[in-house]
Design a protein around this ligand. Structure first.
Ligand SMILES: Nc1ncnc2c1ncn2[C@@H]1O[C@H](COP(=O)(O)OP(=O)(O)OP(=O)(O)O)[C@@H](O)[C@H]1O
Length: 233
């Protein structure tokens, strides 16, 4: 049973793009320290939902509320894999530091530099700190995005299929780190994924989007049969 306070409340949320309903009447309460997996077939609306939660999109109906107040919730967002121009001039260290300076480099305080060093270490990027980010591999870039999201010490982390391009060992390392932060610092996690075994291994709750509605519950209730039905009907 969850005993922590709610930090995110979706009430009767609906989103329709012109002529194209995506989700409807979605009500969800996320408590501090929860680890949710958001699952469902391609194009069902998972990223749209995350963008609505981030206030990048306005819902057609319903509300997104942060409790007890928007200022109390700091969100880290790790997007789906995005390539970076090989000529992009920043090193991995500088790229991670961007989130501390409001994207004005290179003026990091000593404390901020220490924080970047710490997160480089935690995400296993120490050795690559001075490599231009444009020359990093896909998985290394993805780790750098995670490090960038974590450097500000968010209390809500949104992972939008951010582990999809990683090899199994790196995937496990990064999700183990997120799990440690979830357990020790009550980091709340929304993990958008197509990887059901990974969802089962790491999260406590699931939200499944289907073309016909949404379903939520304890992760143990997310049976293969349910996934199959959700993705095929
Ligand atoms: N700005 C937009 N305008 C119109 N339609 C959009 C817009 N953004 C997304 N869509 C459509 O909304 C639907 C949901 O897209 P979304 O990216 O949220 O799906 P998803 O579940 O994240 O998919 P995937 O698993 O493939 O990443 C898709 O049909 C998409 O084409």
């Amino acid at each position: 049973m969850t005993t922590t306070q709610p930090i995110l409340q979706l009430d009767h949320l609906g989103m329709t793009f012109p002529g194209h309903p995506v989700f409807n009447d979605l009500t969800l309460t996320v408590h501090q320290g929860d680890f949710w997996s958001i699952v469902g077939e391609n194009g069902v609306g998972k990223t749209t939902l995350m963008r609505t939660i981030l206030h990048q999109l306005r819902p057609t109906t319903g509300t997104v509320r942060y409790l007890p107040g928007v200022n109390a919730v700091k969100i880290g967002y790790v997007p789906q894999f995005r390539n970076i121009d090989p000529e992009y001039p920043l090193t991995i260290r500088d790229f991670i530091g961007l989130n501390l300076t409001g994207w004005k480099l290179p003026w990091l305080s000593r404390r901020e530099r220490q924080r970047v060093t710490q997160i480089l270490h935690e995400t296993g990027l120490d050795r690559l700190a001075t490599r231009p980010i444009g020359q990093a591999s896909g998985g290394e870039k993805q780790k750098a995005y995670l490090a960038q999201a974590l450097v500000e010490q968010p209390n809500l982390l949104i992972l939008d299929e951010s582990t999809a391009s990683l090899d199994p060992v790196t995937k496990t390392e990064l999700l183990d780190l997120v799990t440690t932060l979830n357990r020790d610092l009550q980091l709340t996690v929304l993990f958008v994924t197509h990887d059901i075994p990974l969802a089962r291994k790491y999260s406590q709750h699931y939200l499944m989007l289907t073309p016909h509605g949404t379903e939520q519950g304890a992760i143990a209730e997310l049976t293969d049969q349910k996934v199959w039905r959700g993705e095929r009907v």
